[in-house]
Structure formats: structure tokens, C-alpha cells
Ligand binder design. Structure first.
Ligand code: CMC
Length: 428
């Protein structure tokens, strides 16, 4: 007999089914709760709410486990290419050699941007944050490809939209940077793989030959894999929520990009480096900044610390920390910010405030230092996160559409005025 949970309310006992996932994660199924009892649940920030059943990513925040489709993040980051991981997330299995080549080829045939779109870039102010430019240009893709508007049109049409989005995000990301420095856009080069092509579009100049540094391309490959999916986080839930109204993939991902931009989510990587620079220019007194982070009257938070679901360690942060040391050593860079970051980490990990609240370095704590080392400007850090997260967003959107999930529509507990009579303006 399957397990149930018993709920006692107003003298009545209700039995609610218990759902068990493949990693033995348990949930109480409350989908019939309101019909049965008239009650809803209240869970601000969805801290205890499972919004869906998903077979894409498994995460155990207590044990620090992260797996995509069953494969550990450590193995994938060590051995796979980002495009292989994207295929795995979106289609469910690692590609064979033939499938991989086909997938890569299909992406390469869609990397160009419609020439009319170049005019959008001219219209943005030169100081426009690249995340704002990215979410707008991604959303506008739906106007160029109207066949994407119906997400249920046909599997082939849906797949074409997916390939286009994967292909065009690096081009639009790199162009949002080129635009911010008012440099000429560099067109994609199909001799390059996904990461190399992005670096070429970011850093090549029409006047000089550009050589993609394999150390930089490999570091980027690893960083993108580490960011590729993270189950029902804020931006992914946004993508699923927007998509649940049957909005097209471009609009759904554009909304995800906007959600990612916030400093509590993907925007934290930019904030981390700005914080480290601030501490450095302030003389590098780490203890002073730890005190500030602990002071409830002070709005300062230790950016890159803490996580909603990781309460022991963030496995991505462990890999990134190691990669950070390797990349800086290979590139011969001695960054004082890395020293400050390591000091901050050491002090925080020994401090009762951080220990008692399970606050550990997260994925964003060290990623900014690598991005800085490989020449990515600070304002582009969150764009890099978006580039990595795209396969996850696509996979989650596709799963939601194919499982025919209902439109997302939470309830609320209303705490406003109770019904009252309208009073004419002259009588108020
Ligand atoms: N510095 C100082 N105190 C903190 C921090 C921090 N970075 N993070 C949490 N706390 C404290 C918080 O004040 C609270 O204390 P108290 O219990 O005394 O009120 C307690 O720890 C719990 O924090 P919370 O804000 O209730 O936890 P949450 O799960 O709602 O928030 C978080 C998680 C990631 C938004 C938060 O830890 C934070 O703001 N961290 C800094 C921003 C950051 O690095 N974000 C990137 C997350 S990883 C990338 C991604 O996937 O988005």
C-alpha cells in the first residue's frame, strides 16, 4: 500500500498521497487539498514547494550533489564539452559521435543574426547593461521567426526554434558587448566550436588576426557546463511559468534572462567582483567587511555566499575554486582579488554567524575571478551565466510543454481591506 500523510483540520482527518522521487526525495501531494478541505498552503519564496516532477537535474543540497540526467557535475565538467552537455540536458541522453556532429553542425548553420536586428543595437544607449540588451534582443527573435509562436506546432518546428536560440545567444551576447564599446560586430566563424566562436566574436577585431587561446576556451567550456542547469531556481521557474501560458520559447527565455539579472541570483557574479574590488581599494581589511555582513543594520551582504538549497557546500564552487587556481597559474596572472577572496572564505568559514546559517561560497564566488582573468568585462559576467544556463532553460521549457503542464497560477492569502462601499470623491 502506498504511503500517505494524515492532515487533521477542524476535527477531520484527511489522507494526502506521498510522492517519492527516484533519489528517494519525498513530497506530500497537495494538488487536491483545496477541493478536499477549502484550504491552500502558504509558502513564500516556495521554500518547501515542489512545483513539478522533472527528470532533468538532481540536486541534494545537504550532501552537495548535482547531477544532470544522472551524470555527476564533476565528471561532466572534467570530461565533456558544453555542447554535449546541452544535448544531454535537452534530449535526455549523451549524444553518439554522429548525433553530436549533427547537433553541432545544425547549431553552426544558425549563428547569424538577421541584418535588420543590427539596428536594434544602434538604438540602445552606449552604457546599456548587456543583460538588458540581451533579454530584449532574445525576445525580439519571436518577431523574426513567427513559426515559433505556437510551441505545440510540430516537433520539427520546436526543434528548429531550440537550435536557433542555442546558435544565436552567443552572437547576441558578444554583440551586446561590442555595442557597449561601440566596436564593429564580429560575425561568427563556423570553423570554431561553440566556446571558441563566442570568444572570437567577443575579442576579435577586424584589423588583426585573432587566435583563440585553448586555455581560455577550455576554462569557458567548464564554466558553462557548471552553470548549465540547476533545477527549479528563480530564472528556470520563471521560464517554466511564462512558458506555461504557452508563450513561445524566445519570450520565455527572455523572461528567464531578466530573472537571472537580479543580484540575489545570476547578478551576484558581477556583485562579487565589485565587492572584492571595493575591499581591495579599501585596504583589504577582510574582518571589517565580515563584520559589516553580519550587521543586521547594514544592508551589505557577503556576495557569493549562501544558497537557498546548498546547506553544506556548493559542488560547483569546489570545482570553480580549483579551476580558478589552474587558470590563473596557466595564464601567469597574479590577481590580488583572488587572495582577498580566499581570505574572506577562510574567515567566513570559521565564523559562527556563517557556520550557524550554513553560509558557504556559492558558484558565483570564484567564477568572476576566472572571467576577469580570461578578459571578460565585469558587466558581461551575468551574460556568461545566461550563456551557460540556456540549455537548462530550454530543457525545462521543453519538458513542461511536452508534459502538458497546466498554466502556473499560485494562490494567495488576501490580507487587505474587506468589502466596503465606494464613497463619492466630494464626500471623502
Ligand atoms: N551575507 C550575510 N548574511 C547572509 C548571506 C550573505 N551572503 N546570505 C544569507 N545571509 C543570512 C540572512 O541574513 C539570514 O540571516 P537571519 O537568519 O539572521 O535573518 C540567513 O542568512 C538566511 O538567509 P536568507 O536570505 O533567508 O536565505 P535565502 O535562502 O532566502 O537566500 C541567497 C539565499 C542566495 C539569496 C542569500 O544567501 C544571498 O543573498 N546571498 C548573496 C547573493 C548570492 O551570492 N547569490 C547567488 C546565489 S548562487 C547563484 C544562483 O544560482 O543564483
Amino acid at each position: 500500500m502506498s504511503e500517505t500523510a494524515k492532515l487533521e483540520l477542524e476535527g477531520k482527518i484527511y489522507e494526502l498521497p506521498v510522492v517519492c522521487g527516484s533519489e528517494n526525495e519525498k513530497a506530500i501531494d497537495i494538488s487536491k487539498l483545496r477541493d478536499m478541505t477549502g484550504y491552500v498552503t502558504l509558502d513564500t519564496g516556495y521554500k518547501n514547494t515542489g512545483a513539478t516532477k522533472s527528470d532533468i537535474t538532481f540536486l541534494d543540497g545537504e550532501l552537495g550533489i548535482l547531477r544532470y540526467r544522472g551524470y555527476s557535475i564533476e565528471q561532466l565538467a572534467e570530461k565533456a564539452s558544453f555542447i554535449e552537455v546541452a544535448y544531454l540536458l535537452i534530449y535526455g541522453e549523451l549524444p553518439t559521435q554522429k548525433e553530436f556532429e549533427e547537433f553541432q553542425y545544425n547549431i553552426k548553420t544558425h549563428t547569424l543574426i538577421h541584418e535588420d536586428m543590427k539596428r536594434f543595437f544602434e538604438a540602445f544607449p552606449s552604457k546599456a547593461h548587456p543583460m538588458g540588451v540581451l533579454s530584449s534582443t532574445i525576445s525580439s527573435l519571436a518577431t523574426f521567426y513567427p513559426e515559433s509562436l505556437n510551441p505545440n506546432r510540430s516537433p520539427a518546428a520546436k526543434n528548429l526554434t531550440i537550435l536557433r536560440l542555442l546558435a544565436k545567444l552567443p552572437t547576441l551576447s558578444a554583440w551586446s558587448y561590442k555595442n557597449s564599446i561601440r566596436h564593429k560586430f564580429m560575425y561568427p566563424k563556423n570553423c570554431y566550436n561553440y566556446c571558441e566562436n563566442f570568444l572570437h566574436m567577443m575579442f576579435a577585431m577586424p584589423t588583426e588576426d585573432y587566435h583563440v587561446d585553448p586555455i581560455v576556451a577550455s576554462a569557458l567550456n567548464k564554466l558553462l557546463i557548471l552553470h548549465a542547469d540547476h533545477e527549479q531556481n528563480c530564472s528556470t521557474s520563471t521560464v517554466r511559468m511564462v512558458g506555461s501560458s504557452q508563450a513561445n520559447l524566445y519570450s520565455s527565455v527572455s523572461a528567464g534572462i531578466s530573472a537571472l539579472w537580479g543580484p540575489l541570483h545570476g547578478g551576484a557574479n558581477q556583485e562579487v567582483i565589485e565587492m572584492l574590488e571595493q575591499i581591495h581599494s579599501d585596504g583589504g581589511n577582510v574582518d571589517k567587511w565580515i563584520l559589516k555582513a553580519k550587521d543586521k543594520e547594514d544592508p551589505f551582504r557577503l556576495m557569493g555566499f549562501g544558497h537557498r538549497v546548498y546547506k553544506n557546500f556548493d559542488p560547483r564552487a569546489n570545482i570553480i575554486k580549483k579551476t580558478c587556481d589552474e587558470v590563473l597559474e596557466k595564464l601567469g596572472i597574479n590577481d590580488p582579488l583572488l587572495e582577498i577572496a580566499k581570505k574572506l572564505e577562510k574567515v567566513a568559514l570559521e565564523d559562527e554567524y556563517f557556520k550557524s546559517r550554513n553560509l558557504y561560497p556559492n558558484v558565483d564566488f570564484y567564477s568572476g575571478i576566472i572571467y576577469k582573468a580570461i578578459g571578460i568585462p565585469t558587466e558581461m559576467f551575468t551574460v556568461m551565466f545566461a550563456l551557460g544556463r540556456l540549455p537548462g532553460w530550454i530543457a525545462q521549457w521543453k519538458e513542461m510543454i511536452e508534459n502538458k503542464e497546466p498554466i502556473g497560477r499560485p494562490r494567495q492569502i488576501y490580507i487587505g481591506q474587506v468589502g466596503r462601499e465606494y464613497v463619492e470623491i466630494n464626500d471623502r
